[in-house]
Design a binder for this molecule. Structure first.
Ligand code: UDP
Length: 486
């Protein structure tokens, strides 16, 4: 009988492993705590080997399908990724409506969830008659606050953010200098700005907003958003959601599963002293311009520290590389390194091409630091494993994450401008062994690790927030969603 079927949630995931991984994790938590099954809906454009392998590894409670390919060839060359994701969503509304309509026939579909670039998919959810619509915000409360205020900032700031003399001050937030504000907001003439404004306005259509953050990492803004505000959906901090074992819900699976072959970089880490290695990686899409890549290599060499570096072919546009849609590096990235670098550092450096098992690296006892682009998933993974960070932001909201983490809680040290080898070596050494800033960052991160892990336990804040979403809204057919914890 239909009533016996488990409640089902459809989640539409815009491109990027950084969106897919936390949504899949949310799905797993809904399954284990609330008996909810999920269908993850992805785009054909991102059906990379990495993504396929990831989707195939998910437990049976989390199914997946991808939407038919969408033609984006009419968009100008070099369109921003935010524009591509938004266009792809808007052009998929018809196909998504059909998918949701079919899911309503075959499952007990109770809710639809999408991430921040997928706001137009709410139209499909409405057309298909899905009762509840949620926004999953894969970054943090600072970025969400900026989006919630964007319509008014658009009017009150006539020029560009990057030209502002004063930092942008928002309730509960660390002041963010104009040039560090979200990259897609930096040029009002670019279509991606209009798209962001569009998403900002539509955010408020959500029944509630789930954010992949936790109070300790941005306490003041958490307090602000916990308060009810007319016209704004309730905001729930459900993080830190990071990748966990796919079979984590079945006790004992880990012990009985055949031992998978271990990545060479982990074997290398096994040979290194505790907390002696800095892990260097720029997320699923980040790549450096050739010149910066060379400075980084020389800086790591000069620091004298052990390092494990995920090397990508350089992107000489200086922004996101074409790696974003497919995390395999296109060319052999090692040929771009300074002459003799590999040979000179072979005793204390290990290079990986394109992709490393990041969570296992961060969890390894030999890892003592992380030089990161401050993508939010990487940041959370680092905090959950108690690994202090050097911030080298590249694009999206990474610059404002770096400011917030450095000036707010103090969980990172930023690489000063210009990013030259001496400066890079100095911050790497300070993070790993310094007695000043480095020691402070290491102790702050140890505290944040405790808070983050505590939140995910029974009775913890993230668990309670998800329970509230489930019990008061998502799974309750009649009662309106109660407002509560941020
Ligand atoms: N990741 C990984 N190996 C890599 C690079 C990235 O496993 O070599 C994972 C990383 O653990 C994180 C995600 O990809 O979960 C990247 O997300 P993030 O938000 O940090 O950055 P984005 O890719 O969105 O820039």
């Amino acid at each position: 009988a239909p009533a016996a079927r488990p409640p089902h949630v459809a989640m539409m995931v815009t491109p990027g492993m950084g969106h897919l991984i936390p949504l899949a994790e949310l799905a797993k938590r809904l399954a284990s705590r609330h008996g909810v099954t999920t269908t993850l809906i992805t785009f054909a454009s991102t059906a990379s080997a990495t993504q396929r392998a990831f989707l195939a590894s998910l437990p049976p409670s989390v199914a997946s399908l991808h939407l038919p390919p969408v033609d984006l060839s009419d968009l100008p060359q070099g369109s921003a990724i935010e524009t591509l994701m938004s266009e792809e969503t808007a052009r998929s509304v018809g196909a998504l409506t059909e998918v949701l309509t079919r899911l309503r026939e075959t499952t007990r579909l109770v809710a639809f969830v999408t991430d921040l670039f997928g706001m137009d998919s709410f139209d499909a959810a409405s057309s298909a008659g899905v009762e509840r619509k949620y926004l999953f915000y894969p970054t943090n409360l600072h970025a969400l606050t900026l989006m919630l205020h964007l319509p008014e900032l658009d009017t009150s700031i006539p020029g560009e953010f990057r030209d502002l003399a004063e930092p942008v001050r928002l309730p509960g937030c660390v002041p963010i200098p104009g040039p560090d504000i979200l990259a897609p907001l930096q040029d009002k003439a670019n279509p991606c700005y209009s798209w962001m404004l569009h998403h900002a306005a539509r955010c408020r259509e959500a029944d509630a907003i789930l954010v992949n953050s936790f109070d300790a990492v941005e306490p003041d803004v958490a307090a602000v958003l916990r308060r009810e505000e007319p016209g704004r959906p309730a905001v729930y901090n459900v993080g830190p959601l990071i990748l966990t074992e796919s079979k984590a819900t079945g006790a004992g699976d880990r012990a009985t599963a055949p031992a998978p072959s271990r990545a060479a970089c982990l074997e290398w880490l096994d040979q290194q002293p505790a907390k002696s290695v800095i892990f260097v990686s720029f997320g699923s899409g980040g790549a450096l311009p050739t010149k910066q890549m060379r400075e980084l290599a020389l800086g790591l060499e000069l620091s004298g520290q052990r390092f494990l570096w995920v090397v990508r072919s350089p992107s000489d546009e200086g922004t996101v590389s074409d790696n974003y849609y497919d995390a395999e590096s296109k060319k052999d990235p090692f040929i771009f390194l300074p002459e003799g670098f590999v040979e000179r550092t072979k005793d204390r450096g290990f290079l990986v091409s394109s992709w490393a098992p990041q969570i296992e690296v961060l969890a390894h006892e030999a890892t003592g630091g992380f030089l990161t682009h401050c993508g939010w998933n990487s940041t959370l993974e680092s905090l959950v494993h108690g690994v202090p960070m050097v911030a080298w932001p590249l694009y999206a909201e990474q610059h404002q994450n770096a400011v917030m983490l450095a000036e707010g809680v103090g969980a990172v040290i930023r690489v000063p401008e210009p990013k030259e080898k001496e400066a890079i070596a100095a911050v790497v050494k300070e993070l790993m062994a310094g007695e000043g800033r480095g020691a402070m960052v290491r102790s702050v991160v140890a505290e944040l690790q405790k808070a983050g892990l505590q939140g995910l336990r029974d009775g913890g804040a993230a668990t309670a927030a998800l329970d509230e979403v489930a019990n008061n809204g998502l799974l309750a057919r009649t009662s309106p969603l109660a407002r509560g914890t941020a």
